[in-house]
Design a protein around this ligand. Sequence first.
Ligand code: ZN
Length: 307
Amino acid sequence: MGEDNKKIGNKLEDFSEKLFKNFGWELLAQQLEIKCNDKNHKNSKNNEKQTHGIDLLFKYSNPFNNRNEVIIVECKNHKWEDFIPSKLNLWVEELLNTIECASCSEVINGYIDDCTLKTGLLLFNSTDNEYDKERAIQNLSQITVPRKKISTMLLLADTLLIEKWYSLIDKLEEIKNNNIKDFGFVYPSIDSKWEKINCLIPELLFSDFIITQHSEDIKTGNVTINCEIKSIFCFDKIYKDAITYIESMIETMQLASHNKDYKICVYWYPETSEDITYINNLNKENDGKIIYKSMKNPRISIVDNGL
Ligand SMILES: [Zn+2]
């Protein structure tokens, strides 16, 4: 890796640190090097690995199993032409190998204490605006995941998903700047009713819907009322059935409040101008309790190459 590429890589790591802090993850360490202790781990030239590098190590609490979990985040900042099955396979295998060696590394044990390390997240950011969604889907389908000794959850976020997450945190920061109280992420099925906590677990980051709740004082004329606001961030495509689905979700999860003023804001990530018109028309039709908004900001360049 050249020095310039290293700087770009570091910059993505800085952004990632900000990104995941907004999701309630705690940064334990970054830029670590650990010893490889498995002779089967090879580098790209098929020689035995000596060390594994770890870009970012985070901790978060998982409400589904009441455990603190640790995740290794690997940042790849490359030209779009590198998003090909052969390279993806290499990166996936290396991340799995890193998790294997990290789980018995004294260096890592010093950070993770009694937490579980079983998850890896690979971030791919394209540095040249050549991202192509169809090709991304096709190439992702060709990844082959090798069998490993320990059970591991491996997640991969490409450029489009990273941009969606940035739009999400921009909106969350906008909401939090509004003098709000009691912000948290809503989890649907804990003990058959929803629960609110400060952390968004990795699995939910890949879901089509992310729900938050907070309360806010809203002034109407001379009267100020405390309003409960749930925000549904929707990364699904915008189509008629999606609206029906959202409405049934509001009912099933009992997201409407029955004993105080409430608003439900549905944020969408529109991909076409028709999507934006569709959202505007929805706002004209509904009763004012459900508000449809656009989540998308101008395309975010995570990395400027003029370093
Ligand atoms: Zn190893």
